[in-house]
Ligand binder design. Structure first.
Ligand SMILES: Cc1ncc(COP(=O)(O)O)c(C=O)c1O
Length: 386
């Protein structure tokens, strides 16, 4: 499946770094420059890429101080081309689908997968079908899929219902499914582990904290770190911790009630729409990652997510509510002593702040300022009140 078995970590690290300066699109991609970690394409130069990956790692000094932690960073995967981490997996899945001669891509989505799939389908000259739960997807995300030319069906059900219908349609119409159980997506998403380690000079952080919905991202990151450990790039993998919303916490319940041996789907309710998933497809993989890396799994309230989003905003960084769950979770893990004050923590911010612009007003965090007289005096009065 892989191009060759990794052996020479220093040489590979140098190769990955040097590719960034190359003219070729696949070298400039923060996914394909790590192509030794990926399933091979017949022609690597045929990758369907929007130059995904290569996302920044920000320090969060204020968030860290508030949580009693000395070293907190955010890897902002929301700064990918369509505004979420999904692009890092989609580039690999769509490249494989095009090479296999497939015409139609399809997914069920809470919004970001559809935006990403639609963009890569357009880039590849392919058609795409999106099934979304009616009225539960932010307009920003739906607008992206429509912009990129996807056929969008809003179904009167939830995400899990959309998945069910998708499988029924796929049994009767030729579709290449790019939902997170697609193995190529996980392969692409795992390259974020290599990229993060490169940014940290190959010194792994103690903790990586990631929001969990369908649990593919946590599984992919775990795979990435554990492979790099096995292949001698790092001496140890970080603990990978998964954070769910209290109203959409099937993995937390599974671990609490069944030691992660079985999972009972829940009816998911959270304003963090991207993680409103009650029957996560990749829960068994996620349990393995928690066990193998020694990570934690916990849930956070709607108020904790909102407060965390506001705190990240005060660092000048926008993110989706679902992404803010990572900080809310890290705060909780610090409170309970699972994360020690001196340990280093990387939060994975999974989506862009503009994906859900109504969140702040819906949660009572901000409201539209009233229109006022166009005069310096009026503005000065407002300044005095600020
Ligand atoms: C912004 C955002 N954060 C987190 C998640 C959860 O990722 P996963 O479903 O892989 O657990 C998603 C998934 O849709 C997402 O779009």
């Amino acid at each position: 499946m892989y191009a060759e078995t990794p052996r020479d970590a220093p040489a590979w690290r140098a190769r990955w770094r040097e590719r960034r300066a190359s003219f070729h699109a696949d070298d400039q991609s923060g996914v394909w420059r790590f192509r030794e970690l990926l399933p091979v394409l017949r022609d690597a130069r045929q990758a369907v890429t929007l130059r995904e990956g290569n996302t920044p790692l920000y320090d969060l000094p204020h968030c860290g101080r508030d949580a009693g932690l000395e070293r907190v960073w955010a890897k902002h995967q929301g700064l990918n081309p369509t505004g979420s981490f999904k692009d890092t997996g989609m580039t690999v899945a769509v490249s494989q689908a095009r090479e296999a001669g497939r015409a139609w891509l399809a997914c069920a989505s809470t919004g970001n997968t559809s935006a990403s799939m639609a963009a890569y389908a357009a880039r590849a000259g392919m058609r795409s079908l999106v099934l979304v739960p009616a009225g539960q997807i932010t307009w920003s995300k739906l607008a992206q899929a429509l912009d990129f030319g996807a056929s969008v069906c809003q179904l009167r059900t939830d995400f899990d219902g959309c998945m069910r219908v998708l499988h029924q349609v796929a049994a009767r119409h030729s579709l290449y499914l790019v939902n997170s159980m697609n193995p190529f997506r996980l392969e692409g998403q795992k390259t974020a582990a290599a990229e993060l380690l490169e940014q940290m000079n190959w010194q792994p952080p103690d903790h990586v904290v990631v929001p969990g919905g369908n649990l593919a991202n946590a599984s992919a990151l775990g795979k990435g770190f554990l492979e790099l450990q096995r292949w001698g790039f790092i001496a140890r993998a970080p603990r990978i911790s998964i954070i769910q919303a209290e109203g959409a916490n099937p993995l937390v319940r599974s671990l609490r009630e069944h030691q992660g041996r079985e999972l009972t789907p829940v009816e998911a309710k959270t304003r963090a729409t991207a993680i409103r998933i009650g029957n996560p497809a990749s829960w068994q993989k996620a349990v393995r990652v928690l066990r193998e890396t020694g990570g934690y799994c916990t849930d956070v309230s709607e108020a904790e997510i909102a407060a965390a989003k506001q705190a990240i905003g005060r660092e000048g960084i926008g993110c989706e509510p679902a992404s803010a769950a990572a900080l809310a979770g890290a705060r909780k893990l610090a409170r309970t002593g699972a994360i020690a004050p001196g340990e280093s923590v990387v939060l994975i911010l999974t989506g862009h702040g503009l994906k859900d612009p109504d969140y702040a007003s819906d949660m009572g965090l901000a409201s539209l300022p009233p229109a006022m007289e166009a005069s310096a005096e009026a503005v000065l009065r407002a300044l005095e009140r600020a």
